[in-house]
Unconditional design. Structure first.
Length: 299
């Protein structure tokens, strides 16, 4: 009995030895800053002056007086509504194609995953040059086939679309996750479908998609959360322009805090975004039963 207790104590000691650094990091860099920002959200504070508590005035102003808030929120939702379905469908298509045992398939898997491991800012700067309105590569190609190019990032009708188009080439992680799910689908299902004379489309919607729907659900949820926090792409490529057509929520929050020095108001904006993310996540989780199927559910 004593030996067993000593062993349990030893295991507990190693457990805390390994977990304490994470706990310290979580408290120092996540929990405490979150609590502090929540307190600051009820103040009028510019980062160096005395803190002036204003109650819920910041939150009232956000929803009743702040037109930029609604503009930034609208732009963010436009980005999500277009990019998430597009990127999800594209990642599934690529995963299905690359799941085939064909010559060079592994090479193409690496090629499509490569942009994911590139530094974000460097990649966005590169795309900025590609979208350049005068000598950008896309306009050069269009001119060679007799078409007139445009100022992709300087036109209100194409700026957001250009960013969404760029993000289609950054789906390596989502593609890899779907590919892993596809490789876990039992071959017996497809053999039985072939015997029944099922077409490729029928096999996709009756076997493939139901079996990978849990990983698709994960990708969609992560893409929406990431999309709600989009910042680096418009900050590097357009600075929110032209005419605020790419002025997303993350950019507005950043400018409010670090350009205008309104840390209290920026904290309020951050907590509103946090609540929006929680609500959307709950809705998606609640509605997932209608289209997410686990193996025991597939007949």
């Amino acid at each position: 009995m004593k030996k067993k207790k000593n062993e349990e104590y030893k295991n507990a000691k190693y457990f805390w030895l390994f977990i304490v650094p994470w706990v310290i990091g979580f408290l120092a860099f996540t929990l405490i800053p979150m609590v502090y920002s929540f307190v600051i959200s009820f103040t009028n504070w510019n980062g160096h002056s005395a803190i002036e508590f204003k109650g819920i005035t910041n939150y009232i102003n956000i929803f009743t007086k702040d037109k930029t808030f609604w503009l930034a929120l609208k732009n963010t939702f436009v980005y999500i509504i277009v990019s998430v379905p597009l990127n999800t469908a594209f990642s599934i298509l690529l995963a299905v194609l690359l799941n085939r045992d064909l010559p060079g398939s592994k090479v193409f898997r690496g090629i499509f995953y490569l942009p994911t491991i590139c530094t974000g800012v460097a990649m966005y700067i590169t795309w900025t040059y590609l979208f350049n309105g005068t000598n950008g590569y896309f306009n050069v190609l269009l001119n060679r086939i007799g078409l007139e190019g445009t100022n992709w990032l300087g036109n209100t009708s194409t700026a957001m679309g250009s960013i969404i188009f760029m993000e289609m080439f950054n789906i390596g992680t989502a593609m890899t996750i779907v590919l892993a799910g596809l490789q876990d689908v039992p071959r017996d299902f497809y053999e039985a479908a072939n015997l029944d004379g099922a077409t490729a489309v029928q096999k996709f919607f009756k076997i493939t998609f139901p079996m990978v729907s849990p990983v698709v659900f994960f990708n969609v949820l992560m893409a929406i959360i990431k999309g709600l926090q989009i910042f680096t792409q418009p900050y590097v490529m357009t600075q929110g322009g032209p005419a605020q057509s790419t002025y997303v929520y993350g950019l507005y929050l950043y400018n409010t805090a670090f350009s205008y020095g309104k840390f209290g108001y920026a904290s309020s904006l951050a907590w509103v975004l946090f609540v929006i993310i929680i609500i959307i996540t709950m809705v998606i989780m609640k509605t997932s039963n209608a289209w997410v199927f686990y193996r025991e559910d597939v007949k």
